[in-house]
Design a binder for this molecule. Structure first.
Ligand SMILES: [Zn+2]
Ligand SMILES: [Zn+2]
Length: 421
């Protein structure tokens, strides 16, 4: 692993804060989407987990495609992603005693360690936690449908279905069924809706029990920003929040930032490197149940660099305090939709008139900037007609390893949904 540990600076900032009393809620930094050699990542799982631990994360879900890190698995080193250099680095950093290799028919093979094996070397109660994860990797025709299951207890088979919504719903149902059967909290979240332009806002808003999606994913091929015909993920978020809350009378949707890292050996905006997107979850304990309960209560924010000191969401206001760095300017946008909005929407059509299977176009009433505040503290007081209000903080500082040139560090604060009168 030669990727730089740029997050260490941030970790140093958190260390500088006064330690809260034990069992008081505090912020825990985590990443819920990462790949290893168990599927298509290019490094050994414990090497990757150690990178996150060393870089100031407190929890990590390793989420390989349709695979858990269980059972006996040997890899042909020459054919493996990362190849001999990854093995050499693995040997050097973890030691000859730890690394297991063999030669079969003249070919060098390395055995991948299971989560149960390597978590013993990495986990520290209250300091670092590994969650078992899986990227349930499915599709409808050419449209990818990938759903992560964090704290999954057993492998979930992709469920298939008769259209994109059905594929999402059946996979979410399978994850939630395992949650009921095991009594363990297991969190489904929709990955990268714009990867392969697989999932539209109208698709996702219909899925029941899917309350999380990736508003930011650090992989270079997932189109967070959208393009001329496709809405970006933030626009999708506002459309879904508005229609779910005001029209469908269904659930809120929370926005996650994740790495979706696959590439650990060199750093480039063309590679899915670790360290681009994460969540900060406020919980009293670094345990799966406490973290997932906090996520489900919306008591977290997502970040690509901006660190917050406090977020208060109550019946009257959404208030944010930023852990400001000297010389850096912060702009907070409060974004929401007011009652009485123009609900008209239109499919986007080809010149022939045929509707494209992409997110519809909506009026500017949806996801309006309701207020803009410059400075380390920002408060939005509800005026009474908001369907929801969320916030995005944008820093004047560029991300260390951005996907887009000059992309600024940001934080996404979860929507405040006022009680319906
Ligand atoms: Zn994926
Ligand atoms: Zn992935």
């Amino acid at each position: 692993m030669r990727a730089l540990c740029w997050a260490v600076l941030l970790a140093a900032v958190s260390v500088a804060q006064a330690a809260p009393p034990q069992d008081a809620p505090r912020w825990w930094k985590g990443n819920l989407h990462t790949h290893t050699l168990w599927s298509d990542g290019d490094d050994y799982p414990e090497v990757i987990a150690k990178w996150y631990k060393d870089c100031g994360y407190q929890f990590l879900a390793l989420t390989d495609h349709n695979r858990l890190q269980t059972g006996e698995r040997w890899m042909d080193v020459m054919k493996s992603k990362g190849g001999p250099p990854a093995l050499a680095h693995y040997r050097k950093s973890w030691g000859e005693d730890w690394v297991t290799t063999r030669t079969v028919d003249g070919k060098l093979e390395a055995r991948l360690k299971t989560l149960e094996e390597f978590r013993k070397r990495l986990e520290v109660p209250g300091k670092f936690l590994l969650l078992q994860g899986q990227e349930v990797t499915d599709q409808y025709k050419a449209f990818p449908v990938h759903i992560n299951a964090s704290n999954v207890q057993a492998l979930i088979k992709p469920q298939g279905g008769s259209n994109v919504v059905d594929v999402m719903q059946r996979n979410v149902n399978a994850i939630l069924a395992q949650r009921r059967q095991t009594g363990q909290p297991i969190l489904p979240h929709l990955n990268h809706p714009n990867f392969g332009w697989g999932v539209t806002a109208e698709d996702l808003m219909q899925v029941k029990g899917e309350r999380f999606f990736e508003v930011y994913n650090g992989h270079p091929s997932v189109h967070n920003e959208g393009d001329k015909t496709h809405a970006g993920t933030e626009r999708m978020w506002d459309i879904i929040l508005t229609r779910r809350l005001a029209e469908l009378k269904s659930e809120v949707l929370y926005g996650l930032a994740t790495d979706d890292a696959h590439n650990y050996h060199s750093v480039s905006n063309k590679l899915s490197n670790p360290g681009r997107g994460w969540v900060m979850v406020r919980a009293a304990a670094l345990k799966p149940a406490a973290l997932i309960a906090a996520l489900e209560a919306g008591d977290f924010y997502s970040s690509s660099g901006v660190q917050l000191r406090d977020v208060q969401r109550d019946g009257a206001a959404l208030a944010i305090e930023i852990e400001a760095e000297p010389g850096v300017e912060y702009t907070t946008y409060f974004i929401g939709t007011r009652r009485g909005y123009d609900a008209a929407n239109e499919p986007i059509r080809q010149p022939s008139g045929e509707a494209l299977r992409v997110t519809h176009r909506y009026s500017d009433d949806i996801g309006r900037v309701l207020a803009k505040v410059v400075g380390p503290k920002a408060t939005y007081r509800l005026s009474g007609d908001e369907i929801y209000v969320r916030a995005k903080v944008v820093s004047s500082k560029t991300m260390t390893n951005p996907l887009l040139p000059g992309e600024k560090q940001a934080a996404w604060i979860q929507p405040l949904v006022p009680a319906r009168p």
